[in-house]
Write a protein that binds this ligand. Structure first.
Ligand code: MTE
Ligand code: MO
Length: 369
């Protein structure tokens, strides 16, 4: 049983499967800018490889077959360490909402907790590639992708342009929220490709391959792709590109009573909003009458937010008198700085695998909760 070495998990996580471990954060625990590592969602396709930091090596394989090897100490000491605050969001986040709002979807039925925001520290992939002899200023034409291999056999890739963009902030993370990365999240080394779907941020990474081709893994060539709402059981996988940057997303994480009494009782509605590709969230719209009328939520002022672009989520809050939301359906939608929004319903983006669910999030107010 390759899972016997899996670490212990926090009791508060909501487990979907335990071998492999797939567990989401209860949304009431997503109320801080940085998500605590203990309750950060876990999405494993296989077992957790138990790696020893002193023995761990990263191999960079160039297009001419040349290889260069790095120890963890090389990566921590010989390169400038960059701190990046970034969201990881599974492409299946909110899949259960698509199932509920449209039709059944295949895959783990995540609610809104397959997402988290953390501070990641490590060298830039670009700097390590340059050190290994890759010409980051004038890359060879035939290299189009950076492939990543995880120690347990998972693999994925990102386009070369992202991998070497100094403003792309792709790092080889050695730390999460200021400490060693926990085993579930990639100890001792993981890729962080901010603004891209989390499936590309390969955990337990031990090899980077500069290649003309995308990763040949099923997680690159299949699985993480979207098709039309008429999606069939047997899609033509080569027809659609692999998911990389993600669309605008927002969700209500919590509604709770605060201040006032009786008739004057207030309710605070709170949640997150995020867009892929480093695009900033410029507005969060909230409706307390199922989308007839709208108002803007107040976005939190972020504490320290590190990175060249907007890789973090925006936490937002909206306070209303309770009498306005009793029996009402509360709705949220967000807008990013390209004025991209979210679809009103799930039907137009329905896909059988339930990827990239990002329709307006509707929640009925329940005073018991
Ligand atoms: N990397 C490896 N090696 N193995 C995996 O199973 N899962 C991917 C990605 N990287 C995965 C991986 C997917 S689909 C997601 S959503 C994120 O890791 C989850 O990261 P987390 O478990 O740290 O939240
Ligand atoms: Mo994922």
């Amino acid at each position: 049983d390759p899972f016997v070495q899996d670490p212990k998990r926090d009791q508060r996580l909501i487990i979907h499967t335990d071998k492999p471990m797939n567990a989401e954060t209860p949304t009431s625990l997503l109320s801080t800018f940085l998500t605590p590592v203990d309750v950060f969602y876990v999405r494993n396709h296989l077992w957790v490889p138990r790696l020893v930091e002193k023995e761990h090596k990263l191999v960079i394989e160039l297009d001419d077959g040349e290889e260069k090897e790095y120890t963890m100490s090389d990566l921590r000491k010989n390169f400038k360490q960059h701190k990046i605050t970034a969201v990881l969001q599974c492409s299946g986040n909110r899949r259960a909402h698509m199932t509920e709002g449209s039709r059944p979807t295949n895959g783990l039925q995540w609610e809104a907790g397959a997402i988290g925001n953390a501070e990641w520290t490590g060298p830039r992939l670009r700097d390590v590639l340059a050190d290994a002899g890759f010409n980051v200023a004038a890359p060879p034409d035939k290299v189009q992708h950076a492939q990543f291999v995880g120690a347990e056999a998972y693999g994925a890739s990102i386009p070369l342009s992202k991998a070497i963009d100094p403003r792309g902030d792709v790092i080889l993370a050695c730390q999460m929220n200021g400490k060693d990365i926990p085993p579930d999240h990639g100890f001792p080394l993981r890729v962080i490709a901010p603004g891209h779907v989390a499936a590309r941020s390969v955990k337990w990474v031990n090899r980077v391959i500069m290649s003309e081709e995308e990763s040949t893994s099923q997680w690159q060539k299949r699985d993480y792709k979207c098709f039309g709402p008429n999606d069939t059981e047997k899609p033509d996988w080569d027809m659609a590109p692999a998911i990389q940057e993600t669309p605008v997303q927002s969700a209500i994480t919590h509604m709770h009573r605060k201040g006032g009494k009786g008739e004057a009782q207030d309710v605070v509605i709170e949640g997150y909003a995020f867009s892929g590709g480093g695009r900033k969230i410029i507005r969060v719209d909230v409706s307390t009458d199922n989308g007839l009328t709208w108002n803007q939520a107040k976005m939190d002022i972020d504490p320290e937010n590190n990175g060249s672009q907007d890789w973090s989520w925006k936490r937002w809050r909206y306070t209303v008198p309770e009498k306005k939301v009793l029996g009402a359906t509360v709705v949220v939608k967000a807008v990013d700085n390209a004025y991209n929004g979210q679809p009103e319903s799930h039907e137009p983006t329905y896909n059988l695998r339930g990827h990239l669910t990002a329709a307006w999030h509707r929640v009925k107010y329940d005073p018991q909760k």
